[in-house]
Design a protein around this ligand. Structure first.
Ligand code: BTN
Length: 226
């Protein structure tokens, strides 16, 4: 696997876009990003000391219906990495990683589709290691704080890449999802309402239960607050 290491770039996801025509899987990492992007058009603070990387993967035959496996794989790889440092993170569906009630890692997945197939994916991972997250007002946490010892972002990056290159299973993902059976707040368009999170379906939708019954909703339709 080709791994490109950069001091700085605007966004490792954006950097890989120019390789979409090539057909070669690769990973790009940066020590810092000047224009890190999160989901839903948000920015992602990317100070030195964190791990910022994106993996470009081409697929010969991955149906769009199975695209959830891209998310589960990335989320499990991050959890396995944190676990190597004695930390027990939880996955907040679909693919934020939390520990101690605060966000440890965000994942931004950008797929290239054609017909009913995923042709390529760019999976961007931003993992807080030793970076300064104080600007995020207590909503974020670093691996260093959780592990209670100094950590080198380069070591964590190597471990994350190794975990991205191994096989993972849906079972490993489901074992780490944090809030099933609990009441969550569902944010759907302009509305927000309480519901019990029941289960994750194989296609990645979350089944929720309210007084009017059960419904399965995709991450494109709702977000949840736990
Ligand atoms: C989120 O929490 O909303 C997702 C954050 C994803 C951040 C990573 S850092 C590496 C890659 N490059 C980006 O610009 N974003 C992703």
């Amino acid at each position: 696997m080709r791994v490109i290491r950069l001091e700085e770039t605007s966004s490792t996801n954006d950097y890989l876009r120019s390789y979409l025509g090539g057909g070669e899987d690769m990973i790009v990492c940066a020590r810092r990003q000047t224009g890190g992007r999160g989901t839903k058009g948000r920015t992602f603070l990317s100070e030195e000391g964190g791990v910022y990387l994106s993996a470009l993967t081409f697929y010969a035959a991955l149906p769009v219906a199975d695209a959830f496996s891209i998310m589960t794989h990335a989320a499990v790889a991050v959890c396995l990495t944190a676990e190597e440092y004695g930390v027990r993170p939880q996955i907040k569906w679909p693919n934020d990683i939390y520990a101690d009630g605060r966000k440890l890692c965000g994942i931004l997945i950008e797929n290239t589709l054609s017909g009913g197939w995923v042709r390529a994916s760019i999976v961007g991972i931003g993992l807080n290691v030793s970076n300064d997250v104080s600007a995020l007002g207590g909503t974020a946490v670093t691996l260093r704080e959780l592990a209670q010892r100094p950590l080198d972002a380069e070591d964590v990056r190597r471990s994350l890449i190794a975990n991205l290159l191994r096989e993972t299973t849906l079972k490993e993902y489901l074992a780490r999802v944090g809030f099933l059976g609990q009441t969550v707040t569902v944010l759907e368009g302009e509305e927000s309402y309480p519901a019990t999170a029941r289960r994750i379906l194989p296609d990645g939708r979350l089944e929720i239960e309210t007084a009017s019954g059960r419904r399965a909703l995709s991450a494109a339709e709702i977000s949840i607050r736990v």
